[in-house]
Design a protein around this ligand. Structure first.
Ligand code: AHG
Ligand code: MN
Ligand code: MN
Length: 339
């Protein structure tokens, strides 16, 4: 293969040919998300600067009194705007909004897709210059395409996703996505403002040296989780925990390992959100050859979704390591687990 640069747009259009009856809508949607990612990226990169400028302005007495918008809300607005403008989707649901938002068709165009997203994952890391990301999933609507989208369109199982991806605003900005035919990664080249194909057909290592868990909650975990974490430590695995799920899972996707967020006393159902975080990332990791299940051993992508902001426990990563976690739960669990 030659070294010619392949941009995200070019790649998406090429891939459209893989879907015999593709109308171009999904292609358009992915491109919209790519545009939103660039806008959010620009803002994330100036997050520190905004504070400095904000302070200088108030010292000068020039402050307009406008509150600097929180970056997760800014990201939310930009994603919604980009998705609204093109009319490529008929509704969105975001971690930042209580309810889903129907999007009217543009002209006489009606769309068959809905998009779910966590606009900024790991938002507590922004103020300290640590990686954050955007996570998204795309479903084909199940409600009648003649009317507005309905709640049921968003409450589909993760296994029904037609595409999912994330953008990581890290040392470089990377967009990783899948439409169910392999996982590919694109690095933003700021000099030309394009995401360029940099990681083709990503495969997760079968096993790895990293485990990622908030070990500060150790005493709040069930006994089988404590035994499993003891084992990770006994095996001299390296503990890495950024506190942005998207960044922690990204490391594991590339280098191998396991990320676990079990139930705690504060979050008896787990903390992470099924629709916006667990399902899209599980779809990507499975597509790359990994596994994702709850710590009660149910496959994440098969979970019933009863409400938009439902939480779930999760163990996700290299297949052999998720299987090992499963074996620990089966061996040490006080209560019988599900199949
Ligand atoms: P968000 O910033 O979208 O609310 O998500 C934060 C999540 C997730 O990214 C991360 O893994 C987890 O919260 C960290 O939680 P703890 O601080 O409880 O470990
Ligand atoms: Mn999040
Ligand atoms: Mn968030």
């Amino acid at each position: 293969m030659n070294n010619r640069i392949v941009t995200l747009d070019e790649f998406i259009i090429r891939r459209q040919k893989d879907f015999p009856f593709a109308s171009g809508e999904l292609t358009g949607l992915l491109r919209d998300i790519g545009v939103a990612a660039k806008i959010v990226n620009r803002e994330v990169n100036k997050a520190g600067l905004v504070n400095i400028l904000g302070k200088a302005a108030s010292q000068d007495g020039n402050a307009s009194g406008d509150q600097v918008q929180k970056l997760d809300l800014y990201a939310n607005d930009k994603l919604i705007d980009c998705l609204k403008n093109s009319g490529e989707c008929c509704g969105v649901a975001s971690e930042e909004n209580e309810d889903f938002i129907p999007i009217p068709g543009v002209g006489n165009k009606t769309s068959k897709y809905v998009v779910v997203f966590d606009p900024l994952d790991g938002s507590s890391n922004i103020d300290v210059n640590v990686s954050v990301g955007t996570i998204f999933g795309i479903y084909r609507r199940t409600s009648d395409s003649k009317g507005p989208c309905k709640l049921e369109d968003f409450l589909q199982k993760g296994a029904d996703l037609v595409a999912a991806g994330y953008v990581l605003y890290g040392t470089s900005t990377l967009l990783v996505y899948t439409t169910g035919r392999g996982v590919n990664g694109f690095t933003l080249d700021p000099s030309i403002g394009e995401f360029c194909l940099s990681h083709k057909d990503i495969q997760i290592p079968k096993s790895g040296n990293y485990y990622s868990v908030n070990q500060g909650y150790y005493l709040k975990f069930d006994v089988e989780m404590r035994r499993y974490i003891d084992q990770c430590s006994d095996m001299n695995l390296r503990l890495r925990y950024i506190g942005s799920m998207v960044a922690d899972v990204h490391r594991i996707l590339f280098q191998g390992g396991i990320f676990v967020y079990p139930n705690t006393r504060k979050y008896p159902q787990g903390k992470l959100r099924l629709v916006y975080e667990c399902n899209p990332l599980s779809f990507i990791v499975e597509q790359a050859g990994g596994k994702a299940m709850t710590v009660q051993l149910k496959r994440i992508l098969d979970l019933e979704v009863k409400h938009l902001h439902q939480r779930a426990t999760i163990a996700i990563g290299s297949p052999e390591m998720v299987d090992e976690m499963k074996a620990f739960v089966e061996r040490y669990s006080a209560t019988p687990t599900f199949d």
